[in-house]
Design a protein. Structure first.
Length: 528
């Protein structure tokens, strides 16, 4: 314990709790004074070179001082509300539970746009406030509980420290992928999709025996066991929340790919022999995760800390792609990666890379296809876009231009909604400009209603105005909802590629002919 507490009219006050904060504050002040060295005289070249580093150190010292002061303040609250330990603990748990319910708000509304009401302005920041509040209340509840249980007995404090250290040591020995929602989500995905795709699963006898909801033995397969062609690319975001932000243009992540060849990022790749398809898909769909690229940079470290503490973790750890050191030994303490998630210590140059939802970098998968110089691309943009603002598509083509110098020329006007809430077309066709004599063709499909849909889809739309862009926060589709989306997808593809059968009948296996015909059919007609 620090020095003896001072009681002031019933309030317990321990000044020495603030001493580390004062020390860091003083150290920061020294660096700030050094910042102004040379103000009265011309700065030397060496001084100018040192200034950026000096300023970063000063700000970090001031930040640590402020954080410690806040922790000391909440600790004092816990000390002085000894009888309210259970109340604060319950409040902390309730706040954390409310944060968990509102986790789907994280990242929404963070784009620069005009807000029409005060609630829309503050809504994106509610989860952040709840995260900081939950951590503060939990810290105060811990202080209150410890002082109530231990009093001034040093031996009891020593025992309490060992008890609290035990879970930390236990977590260090646990595989973070098996200790969290990643394993649960992985097995559910495998049962719902890979299990249904087993050989003969569509037959009546097999289907009757394949209706269990729990994971079964043959549901998952190793990623490197997939057939050589076609090459399946599972796109993810390699998190760089705690790394060099300048190297990733403050995007918080880099694009990454999992395939039968292993893990690839940029121009480097490394084999992943023990990785399964289920884990790869789970990482690619890890939208609710402790580290979420630029979203985590915006919402702050408290959200990463709380999401990790609540085990809201769907991401995947893989090795850094590099040519040297191919036989890198395994982790003695695999759970160390759990704590790296907790403090958002993820970087794209570290030994271990933390993968999350591909949407944290590119939500469409187009970026990696352009990187591979694909000349014929079919892109289905099934993201939730109730305003039909093409946010994900705009973000992707912007980054493609910045990183590869490739221009995508496409007119999306026919996909926008008219006054009647309908689009003119289900798809548009554009050009991929790789160079002066190197062109590609992009067929871009967007969920939309044009008025020629089956009656059951029209009925569902009349009762659900946001269809086909309902919130992804709804994870429990009923029969009508599921079938409406499925049928709209089938209808869209049949309409867009209605000409293919005729083209292939005359010139079989001519991919170029099919895409050229798609350009002829769906390229927007000039208004005149």
């Amino acid at each position: 314990m620090p020095a003896s507490p001072v009681a002031t009219e019933g309030w317990i006050w321990i000044p020495r709790l603030y001493e580390p904060s004062l020390i860091w504050l003083a150290a920061g002040a020294i660096f700030i004074l050094f910042r102004f060295k040379g103000v009265l005289t011309a700065s030397s070249t060496g001084h100018r070179v040192m200034l950026p580093t000096n300023d970063r150190v000063a700000m970090r010292l001031l930040g640590v001082a402020t954080l410690w002061a806040l922790l000391a303040t909440f600790w004092h609250i816990g000390l002085n509300l000894k009888s309210a330990a259970y109340l604060m603990g319950g409040a902390a748990a309730g706040t954390a539970g409310l944060f968990g319910l509102l986790r789907n708000w994280i990242g929404k509304g963070m784009t620069r746009q005009r807000k029409s009401s005060f609630w829309e302005v503050i809504k994106p920041y509610v989860p952040q406030v709840l995260a900081y509040l939950a951590i503060g209340l939990a810290w105060a509840a811990l202080a209150s509980a410890l002082i109530k249980i231990n009093g001034s007995d040093w031996y009891d404090w020593y025992t309490s420290g060992l008890i609290m250290a035990a879970p930390v040591l236990f977590v260090l020995l646990v595989d973070p992928h098996e200790f969290g929602l990643h394993a649960v989500y992985r097995d559910r995905i495998c049962r719902a999709y890979l299990g249904a795709a087993q050989p003969g699963a569509a037959s009546d006898a097999k289907a009757k025996d394949n209706r269990q909801t729990d994971f079964r033995r043959n549901d998952d397969v190793y990623l490197n066991s997939l057939e050589a062609r076609p090459l399946q690319l599972i796109c993810c975001a390699a998190n760089n929340v705690g790394g060099d932000h300048l190297a990733t243009l403050s995007r918080g992540a880099r694009s990454a790919v999992l395939s039968r060849h292993g893990f690839a990022m940029g121009g480097a790749w490394v084999e992943q022999p023990g990785l399964t398809v289920g884990s790869a898909i789970t990482a690619s769909a890890a939208a609710a995760n402790s580290n979420m690229g630029s979203v985590s940079m915006r919402v702050g470290p408290a959200v990463s800390f709380l999401m990790t503490a609540l085990n809201l973790r769907l991401g995947l750890w893989v090795r850094l792609p590099r040519e040297h050191d191919p036989d890198l030994p395994g982790h003695v303490l695999p759970g160390w990666r759990f704590f790296k998630e907790m403090i958002a210590w993820t970087a794209t140059t570290a030994r271990d890379i933390h993968l999350s939802d591909g949407g944290h970098f590119d939500n469409l998968g187009l970026y990696e296809l352009v990187r591979r110089h694909c000349r014929y691309i079919i892109l289905s943009d099934a993201t939730a876009d109730p305003q039909v603002a093409f946010d994900d598509f705009g973000n992707t083509i912007r980054r493609i231009r910045e990183d590869f110098g490739v221009e995508i020329e496409i007119d999306i006007e026919p996909l926008k909604l008219g006054a009647d809430g309908r689009a003119q077309q289900h798809a548009v066709v554009g050009n991929i400009d790789y160079g002066p004599f190197d062109k590609g063709i992009l067929i871009y499909l967007k969920p939309s209603l044009t008025g020629d849909e089956p009656p059951d889809i029209s009925q569902y739309k009349s009762r659900n105005s946001t269809f086909p862009h309902e919130s992804t926060g709804d994870q429990f589709y009923d029969e009508a909802q599921w079938e409406s989306y499925r049928r709209l997808g089938v209808h869209t593809v049949n309409k867009v590629f209605d000409f293919v059968e005729h083209v292939l009948a005359n010139e079989p296996e001519r991919v170029q002919k099919v895409f050229n015909e798609a350009r002829h059919v769906w390229y927007p007609t000039p208004p005149v």
